[in-house]
Design a binder for this molecule. Sequence first.
Ligand code: SF4
Length: 133
Amino acid sequence: MSSLSTLCLHCGLCCDGTLFTHVPLRATEAGPLKALGLPVKAREDGTLLLPQRCAALDGKRCTAYAERPEGCRRYHCHLFSALSEGEVSLEEALAVVDGAHALLASASGEKTPEVEDYLDRHFRGRRRRYTAQ
Ligand code: SF4
């Protein structure tokens, strides 16, 4: 297994409702996802979305991987990019993920300012270039 796959299968934060509330969908993606039993929702303006936590997530694994929408295929979090570009080692990246899970557990899953700051810094990439600490 590649180190990037190892990271994603250790994490799950981009699919479990921690980082995002939904994945935007193209109109053509709704049918195949509904056929898999996934709940596709429509906004008032008619745009479609897949709510998160994603119903396709089993533990930290996507059970709809072959059919996953374009938004899922294109998304790479900040930590994934840092690992793929050699800015952090796999060991460091896994420790960052463990840190996120530990913070969330200590906050009982609540998005406290400390949790949001950690997620912004390490995953959402709303800070300057990656620093592993
Ligand atoms: S379809 Fe798969 S990759 Fe996309 S949000 Fe759901 S679990 Fe994650």
